[in-house]
Design a protein around this ligand. Structure first.
Ligand code: NOJ
Length: 432
């Protein structure tokens, strides 16, 4: 293992999402989904990490870890519990949280949509209803008018490709209405919603005199690698890449619809991302030989590869590959919006962090303008279909007492933030 330094100005932080940690909200699509027996371990999001009530303690922990930025999301179902009815108490709550972050010197990056819909949106057809783009714009406008003085950095929609694939292509997530046509239709609406929100966030903040608005998205990106390298597998990998990634990258960054989503620039050609946001966890090995009936083959983990508690391959080079690919295409600053691992006993998280940040260091050496890295996640939280049992946190949360305790890997990450890199002393202390 080698020491390395991150450049001055590089920001290290953590990411979370509202439903996964806040608790206390029943008015959203995921709480309802959990109530109908879909969560493997039977837990619910209703308490989660109780961050709604404990945010001061959590911000104090971030401060103790020297974190410089925090990516959080707002719960639309709390802010607009019924269509057109905005809840000023929810907004006051988020203001208090953001004011505390800013006062502590932690720079917030706020995500507006993170996998959950208010029930009124879900019950009106969710993202299959093209009006969802209008509703999202209304919500965005209210939020930026109320929080725009505190927040300059925004992510419109988190991982629309992951959300829509789970909701409409692979299935398993609400509303679980599987069909390619539905997937594409919802994708068009989300791309339109992103572009409209991008414009709105800039417009409202500019009108209030702020010049430093930065808006992007966070796409869930991974390499698809053919197992045997046959023509069939290479084609299957390329189709997965297009359907799952390229449609969203070009739609959201450029406003360009690729087939089979559409064609041209229905909302105007532009650059609708001020940074390129990457959520990176793993890669997929595409095996067609052993799954002849599956048109896109079977997705596997490389034989003998190290894996997380969820069985995902730990493949740090993949982070380099996805960042490099889109840097070469767009030349806009790269924000690693999520990268993390499920490791309940904290056996390999520090090593995971080291190896992925080493890739960031390599990217920087090679001239890629990576500006931020957000570890996923600050806290153990509600991991969708896995419930509370998948442990991603730098900080462990006891599900019964809700007590927080910083894991060793959390202290390691905190030391990286404090020292601006990895020193010899840290290598001895954590890996010696
Ligand atoms: C990505 C998702 O965006 C996030 O919600 C989830 O917890 C992590 N992956 C880990 O699975």
């Amino acid at each position: 293992m080698e020491i390395f330094a991150l450049p001055k100005g590089f920001l290290l932080g953590t990411a979370t999402s509202s439903l996964q940690i806040e608790g206390g909200d029943r008015n959203n699509s995921w709480y309802r989904w959990g109530q109908t027996g879909h969560v493997k371990d039977g837990t619910t999001s209703f308490i989660a990490a109780d961050h709604w009530n404990r945010f001061p303690e959590d911000i104090a922990l971030m401060q103790q870890l020297h974190l410089q930025t925090y990516r959080m999301s707002l719960e639309w179902s709390r802010i607009e519990p019924e269509q057109g009815h905005f809840d000023s108490h929810a907004m006051q709550h988020y203001r208090r949280e953001l004011e505390m972050l800013v006062a502590t010197g932690i720079r917030p990056l706020v995500t507006l949509h993170y996998f959950t819909n208010p029930l009124w949106v879900e019950d009106a057809g969710g993202w299959l209803n093209p009006e969802a783009a209008d509703w999202f714009e209304g919500y965005t406008t209210y939020v930026v008018e109320n929080l725009g003085d505190l927040v300059s950095d925004w992510c419109t929609i988190n991982a629309p490709n992951q959300y829509l694939a789970q909701a409409y292509l692979i299935g398993g997530w609400p509303p679980n209405e599987v069909g390619l046509t539905r997937y594409l239709r919802a994708a068009r609406t989300m791309i339109a919603a992103h572009i409209r929100a991008y414009r709105k966030l800039h417009q409202v903040r500019a009108a209030a005199g702020y010049q430093n608005t930065s808006v992007g998205t966070a796409l869930h990106l991974r390499p698809f690698d053919p197992k045997h390298g046959t023509g069939h597998e290479r084609r299957a990998a390329a189709i997965s890449d297009r359907l799952f990634q390229e449609l969203f990258v070009s739609g959201m960054c450029e406003g360009r619809l690729l087939q089979p989503l559409g064609s041209g620039y229905p909302l105007g050609e532009g650059r609708y991302c001020d940074f390129f946001g990457v959520n990176y966890y793993t890669r997929d090995i595409v095996n067609c030989a052993d799954a002849p009936a599956a048109p896109l083959g079977r997705r596997e983990v490389r034989d003998g590869a190290p894996t997380s508690n969820l069985g995902w391959e730990i493949y740090p080079e993949g982070l380099y590959r996805v960042c490099r690919r889109y840097w070469d295409r767009y030349h806009i600053p790269v924000f690693i919006m999520e990268n993390g691992t499920a490791d309940a006993t904290d056996a390999f998280r520090a090593d995971f962090i080291y190896k992925h940040l080493w890739q960031v260091h390599q990217l920087l050496e090679d001239g890629v303008d990576v500006q931020r890295y957000y570890y996923w996640s600050l806290l153990d939280g509600f991991e969708w279909l896995e419930g509370l049992s998948a442990r991603f946190g730098l900080i462990a949360v006891d599900p019964s007492t809700l007590e927080r305790s910083v894991r060793t890997s959390g202290w390691f990450y905190g030391d990286i933030a404090k020292n601006g890199g990895v020193t010899t002393k840290m290598l001895q202390q954590y890996f010696g």
